[in-house]
Design a protein around this ligand. Structure first.
Ligand code: HEC
Length: 235
């Protein structure tokens, strides 16, 4: 008996220790497996990806100071990473209609809707992205979005990127640090004074952006840098 236990105990302990070695929350762990962040996964049009499409929505509309960031955690909900979004117990994978998070973002009654007034409701395309992601199983998935450093016009590349990753925290109702990023003029201003590139490249002396979020890819940072070098045009 004792000999069996002296075998079982170390093996059990080792299994527990191995299973406790978590990857950092925000790394994509599904479907590629822990640590394989350098794999290239081609984006499929039929799939909504948490890291690409959904996390930026939560980070810039929900995980805000005074709302659902780590410090405030309104209603005990933190919505800043995959693990804490799932830990909120407000969503049922494969069932958007049965998920409280989905109900909250689609509620017609402004008293119950999230984000609450004075914030506007989420735009339809963002609601659809969250719906599809939940209905596809609410996985922590990502894909390697096509990114081409030779493409860097404002209308096709820069503005959509900033809309996705930044505007939720830098708009008319909510201008963190007094910075708005909802027009060409406003974006060009922070491009010219060096803060756009400084914040997204995590240069020292600048607060790293997106605040609390995953750093933009090197390719995207290069696109922004080339757009600025070419004169931050409204092209
Ligand atoms: C989740 C909210 C959030 C998101 C998303 C976000 N920001 Fe910010 N931003 C902030 C906060 C908060 C500050 C103030 C930080 C500080 O002063 O430490 C800030 C400050 C800034 C500043 C001013 C920095 C300075 O030194 O004056 C710039 C420029 C900026 N953000 C650009 C961006 C860009 C570009 C993106 C997208 C890539 C982005 N932000 C995404 C919350 C956000």
């Amino acid at each position: 008996m004792n000999r069996i236990y002296s075998y079982i105990l170390p093996v059990t302990l080792a299994a527990i220790i191995i299973s406790c070695k978590h990857e950092p929350d925000d790394l994509p762990v599904d479907p590629i497996g822990p640590g394989d962040t350098n794999l290239t996964i081609t984006c499929s049009d039929d799939t909504t990806y948490f890291q690409n499409d959904v996390l930026p929505i939560f980070q810039s509309n929900c995980a805000l100071s005074g709302c659902h960031d780590e410090t405030t955690a309104q209603n005990d909900m933190i919505l800043s990473s995959y693990s804490n979004i799932l830990a909120s117990n407000e969503l049922v994978p494969f069932n958007a209609d049965g998920s409280d998070i989905y109900e909250a973002i689609t509620d017609d009654d402004p008293d119950d809707r999230m984000p609450p007034p004075p914030y506007p409701p989420l735009p339809a395309d963002k609601i659809t992205a969250i719906r599809n992601w939940i209905n596809q199983g609410a996985k922590n998935n990502y894909c390697t979005a096509d990114c081409d450093t030779t493409q860097f016009t404002f209308s096709a590349i820069i503005q959509p990127m900033i809309n996705q990753s930044c505007v939720g925290c830098h708009n008319a109702t909510f201008a963190n640090a007094g910075v708005r990023l909802d027009s060409h003029e406003a974006i060009a201003a922070v491009a010219t004074d060096g803060r756009l590139l400084g914040t997204i490249s995590h240069a020292s002396g600048f607060p790293p952006m997106p605040f609390n979020g995953a750093k933009l890819s090197d390719c995207k940072i290069t696109q922004v840098s080339k757009w600025i070098e070419a004169g931050s045009q409204n092209n």
